[in-house]
Design a protein around this ligand. Structure first.
Ligand code: FE2
Ligand code: FE2
Length: 221
């Protein structure tokens, strides 16, 4: 059996771990890491892989990594990248005989949350860019506006009203374009929160042979 997006998306065990993660993080008051986030990241990973010319198999693996990368959050935020990779392996291992494909996904999942990307794994690089680009008002679970203002992660996500991950093949640029409502947050707040993530995106783009560009409200960084 081949490891495909369809396979993991229809897997009951995977989906039930995602549901548990959704509930757990909602209880902790975190932004969305459930089906909404995972579907966006899977689709974005696949699209980015296609746009930069990865093979159809790599595009499929990118979507698999995107869908499964956060499923272990219910065991704890801090090590969630390791939990997610190990749970993914345990579920898929009886069915997937291509160990190399399983290893590629596990390495991608572990790397999505590390500060120093130390691999040339292109699936990991694509996953990082797709994951970090999902910053948006619809990710905020908190409905109480006064509470949103208290938490800088919520505040920054809430302020982002539009996002897009674009590829300029000619200029070799991967571009994250954000529209931020500056009534809700100053762009400087965005940098305070996301400086690590932007470094990760730069390293990831480099692995793919691209430069990472951030555009906030038409201002290019
Ligand atoms: Fe994560
Ligand atoms: Fe994520």
């Amino acid at each position: 059996m081949d490891l495909t997006y369809q396979l993991v998306k229809n897997d009951q065990q995977i989906n039930s771990f995602i549901k548990t993660t959704e509930k757990y993080l909602e209880h902790l008051g975190f932004t969305d890491h459930g089906f909404r986030h995972l579907t966006i990241v899977a689709d974005r990973s696949k699209k980015l892989a296609r746009r930069i010319g990865l093979t159809p198999k790599e595009q499929e693996l990118a979507a698999v990594a995107g869908y499964c990368h956060d499923l272990g959050n219910f065991m704890g935020r801090e090590m969630h990248h390791y939990w997610s990779a190990l749970i993914f392996f345990q579920i898929m291992q009886p069915r997937i005989k291509q160990t190399a494909d399983l290893a590629t996904i596990m390495q991608a999942i572990v790397n999505h949350d590390s500060n120093h990307l130390q691999t040339d794994n292109k699936i990991a690089a694509v996953l990082i860019l797709a994951d970090k680009s999902d910053v948006h008002r619809s990710r905020v679970r908190q409905k109480d506006l006064s509470k949103i203002k208290e938490d800088i992660h919520d505040r920054v996500n809430y302020a982002v009203t539009d996002n897009d991950l674009l590829v300029n093949k000619k200029a070799k640029e991967i571009i994250l374009r954000l529209t931020i409502d500056t009534k809700e947050v100053e762009p400087i707040n965005y940098f305070q929160i996301f400086i690590d993530r932007m470094t990760q995106c730069q390293q990831a783009a480099e692995v793919l042979g691209y430069k990472f560009i951030l555009i906030i409200n038409n201002f290019r960084f």
